[in-house]
Structures are given as structure tokens and as C-alpha cells.
Design a protein around this ligand. Structure first.
Ligand code: OGA
Ligand code: MN
Length: 307
């Protein structure tokens, strides 16, 4: 059966059928999926009951795996999943819901803020692939929402586009966690959360479309007073996440959702995580380059050491 791609929203998101993610992909299938990603930025593959190994093999069709552990708070816990998986479930190593006050849970609550994966890394992520193994009952929350940052960019007025064209932001997990009041970090964590620089406007390497590159990890704009930068970033985020730019994904068991972090932001909505199990597992395709040229002057300004 050939790959079929059906749009789910006027701007972003499409459903993909006609592929079996348990099997190796043909070159044509990979090309069709990549073209679908370039166009729709979010792809939903329903009814894919896959193992961690099959998810890993499917992910490798699109590039190298990002190692999601480095310096992360969960390094101090034994991980439930293999090293290259981001465990964004509500489960601990014992496969039971994390206690309400557990550090791992509080850290993961940051996913309820709009973000783009790994924008706090010097080379941020390309694609994320999230597999829904167990999902709370329909209607009990836990949707994932995606905002189209290309459409949001397009809708800005010309003066704003000109103003932001060459702006550079500092991103860090420290900023996004501080928004939620999670500020107790070890010295080791502070060290690994050193801010990195990211352009505010990115250009897609294949389509040439521009997009806003925002995330809750963005804490300031290089050369700007912090309060002015934060209020502007907040305004831009408010603009970019208006309902017309957002596709809300309501999960069914065994959906695999794949998104392009270069052109979208996402967030998970709240649900009763003490009552329900939400076992969702993420693999991540590494990006290939920083978004800013590694200019020594900018690095010094930001006080950041970007490898
Ligand atoms: C992620 C993430 C949201 C969700 O996997 O990067 O933000 O719906 N997850 O769990
Ligand atoms: Mn995420």
C-alpha cells in the first residue's frame, strides 16, 4: 500500500497511513515521510504498536539519535528506558506514577510550557518522535498541542519581521524551570544548563520558509535589557500560539507523532497523573548545526560557552 498523507489542519499536521513502522522502510517511504514533514511539520501515524527497538530503527531513517541524558536532572535517578529515550511518561522506574512531589515529575512539568525540544543545546534537535504506549482515557486531558511557527512568522507585520530578523536569544533549561518555580538546582545542573545562543528567526533548509524560533527556554535577547526581552518574547509567544496556528492532538493508544522542532513549538496539557498512566516515549533526531554562527563576540556577550 502506498504512503497516504491526509492534512488534519489548515497549517500543520497530517495523518500518515500505508506504512508499518515495525518493518524496515523503503527509500521511497522515507522520502515520502520527509516530504510530509517539510510540508506539514507534524505527522501522526495511527495504530503503530511498536517496541522500543522498532521505534529506534524507524527514527534512524531520519538522522542520528540525540542523546537526551547529558546533564539532565534524571541522571540522578535510574532511568526506566534506554539512554537515547526521553522518558516523558508519568512513570518511575517501578512503572508506577511518580509521586506528586518527586523531583523528576516536577522537572517534567516543564513540558506543559510551549517549547521546542533541545533549544537549550548548542545544536538543537531536528525531529522528535513520540510513541503513545498507554494513554489516559479519552477526554481526561494529556493532549499535545503544536503551534506552527512558520504561519506565525508569516502573520507578523513587516516592521516586526525586519526588527527580529537578526536577533539572537539565550536559551537554557534554567529559564523554563524558573518560570514554574523550579529553582533548586545542583552546581552540576547549573553547569550543564549554561545558556546557549539561538537565532529568533530560522530558515528551513529545504523549503526556505522562515519561522519564529521560540521556546519557554528562551530567557533573554542578546544586547537587550532582560525585562524588555522577556516581555517581547512573551508577546511573540502569545502571537504564535493563537488558536488558528495550533493543532491539538488527542492521543489514541499506539499513535506515533513526529514533529519538526525547527518549525513548531509544542506543549502537553494537564491530566490527572496520580490516577492515570500516560506512557509516552520519545526518540529524537539530532540537528546538524547551530542556528547562529559561532561568533566569539556574541558568545562573550552572552557569557555562554558553546561547544
Ligand atoms: C516531548 C514533550 C509532550 C507530551 O516529548 O518532547 O514535550 O505530550 N512531550 O508528553
Ligand atoms: Mn518536548
Amino acid at each position: 500500500m502506498p504512503v497516504a498523507i491526509r492534512p488534519l489542519h489548515p497549517h500543520l499536521g497530517a495523518e500518515v497511513t500505508g506504512v508499518d513502522l515495525r518493518k524496515p522502510m523503503t527509500r521511497d517511504e522515507v522520502a515520502a515521510i520527509e516530504a510530509g514533514m517539510d510540508r506539514h511539520a507534524v505527522l501522526v501515524f495511527p495504530n503503530q504498536d511498536i517496541t522500543d527497538e522498532q521505534q529506534t530503527a524507524f527514527t534512524l531513517n531520519f538522522g542520528q539519535l540525540e542523546d537526551t541524558t547529558g546533564g539532565h536532572v534524571l541522571k540522578h535517578h535510574e532511568k526506566r528506558l534506554a539512554r537515547h529515550f526521553a522518558d516523558v511518561s508519568n512513570l518511575g522506574q517501578d512503572n508506577k506514577p511518580l509521586a506528586r512531589d518527586s523531583r523528576a515529575r516536577m522537572f517534567n512539568l516543564g513540558n506543559r510550557l510551549w517549547h521546542s525540544d533541545s533549544s537549550f543545546r548548542a545544536i538543537p534537535a531536528k525531529y522528535s518522535l513520540l510513541s503513545g504506549r498507554r494513554i489516559p482515557p479519552k477526554g481526561s486531558g494529556g493532549n499535545t498541542e503544536f503551534a506552527d511557527m512558520r504561519a506565525a512568522y508569516d502573520a507578523l507585520d513587516a516592521a516586526t519581521k525586519a526588527e527580529i530578523e537578526d536577533l539572537v536569544c539565550e536559551h537554557s533549561l534554567m529559564y523554563s524551570r524558573a518560570v514554574l518555580g523550579f529553582t533548586e538546582l545542583t552546581e552540576e545542573e547549573k553547569e550543564s544548563f549554561r545558556p546557549v545562543l539561538q537565532r529568533l528567526v530560522r530558515t528551513h533548509p529545504v523549503t526556505g520558509r522562515k519561522s519564529l524560533y521560540l521556546a519557554s527556554h528562551a530567557g533573554t535577547i542578546v544586547g537587550w535589557p532582560v525585562p524588555e526581552a522577556r516581555s517581547f518574547l512573551r508577546d511573540l509567544t502569545e502571537h504564535a500560539t493563537q488558536p488558528q496556528f495550533v493543532y491539538a492532538h488527542e492521543w489514541r493508544q499506539f499513535d506515533l507523532v513526529m514533529w519538526d522542532n525547527r518549525q513548531t513549538m509544542h506543549r502537553v496539557r494537564r491530566f490527572d497523573d496520580q490516577k492515570y498512566v500516560r506512557d509516552v516515549r520519545r526518540t529524537t533526531v539530532a540537528g546538524d548545526a547551530p542556528t547562529v554562527a559561532q561568533q566569539p563576540a556574541l558568545q562573550a556577550l552572552a557569557g555562554a560557552q558553546v561547544a
